[in-house]
Write a new protein. Structure first.
Length: 194
């Protein structure tokens, strides 16, 4: 939700929706891995789990750091802008034009080992082992992922609707600081998780 908010606020509705699409891809990877039994390998191997955990934590720290740098640039720019530019679609110098919101979403979900644990423990509860358990797990997992994506689409549309206010440089700088701090906090928490 934080990454979706960050990309929607910084870049607009289109990029927010692309982030949701990427998250859906990452969730689908975890669902497929759980159905195929790969999540059991990940959760059963402390080394594999640690590698994915550290990679995910580092990725969140990088995203959070970039967002904090963008907040700083936005605050400096806000002091220099005239009123006509306040309502424009301001793009931060630190938000790389080449970074794909869909890739960011996919990586942030795919590199979250807690999702593997979640799907591995969550999906089997709703499956009858005597009636096509893999197909049932896949269906339940994809429904869960689609429900999450639907909620995130509503979040993007709400943030986009509030965009005129949110994209004011002073408000945006505050939002980017908060979002960056949350992403860094999530990265630290993931790195320290057992």
């Amino acid at each position: 939700m934080t990454l979706v908010a960050r990309n929607t606020i910084a870049r607009g509705r289109r990029e927010g929706l692309q982030t949701v699409g990427g998250l859906l891809i990452g969730l689908s990877l975890h669902v497929t891995a759980a159905v195929a039994g790969l999540s059991a390998i990940l959760t059963g191997s402390s080394i594999a789990f640690s590698v994915v955990k550290v990679a995910g934590a580092m990725y969140l720290l990088v995203l959070g750091g970039r967002t904090l740098l963008a907040a700083r640039a936005t605050a400096v720019t806000a002091a220099e802008e005239d009123e006509s530019a306040v309502f424009g679609a301001h793009q931060s110098r630190f938000v790389s034009a080449t970074s794909s919101p869909a890739l960011q979403g996919a990586l942030s979900a795919a590199l979250n080992p807690k999702l593997a644990v979640f799907f591995l423990t969550f999906l089997p509860q709703f499956v009858d082992p005597d009636h096509m358990p893999q197909a049932s797990m896949l269906a339940h997992g994809l429904v869960f992922a689609l429900m999450g994506a639907a909620w995130l689409v509503v979040w993007v549309l709400l943030l986009d609707r509030l965009g005129r206010v949110i994209r004011r440089p002073n408000v945006r700088a505050w939002m980017e600081r908060a979002t960056g701090a949350v992403l860094v906090g999530m990265g630290v928490r993931l790195a320290l998780a057992r």
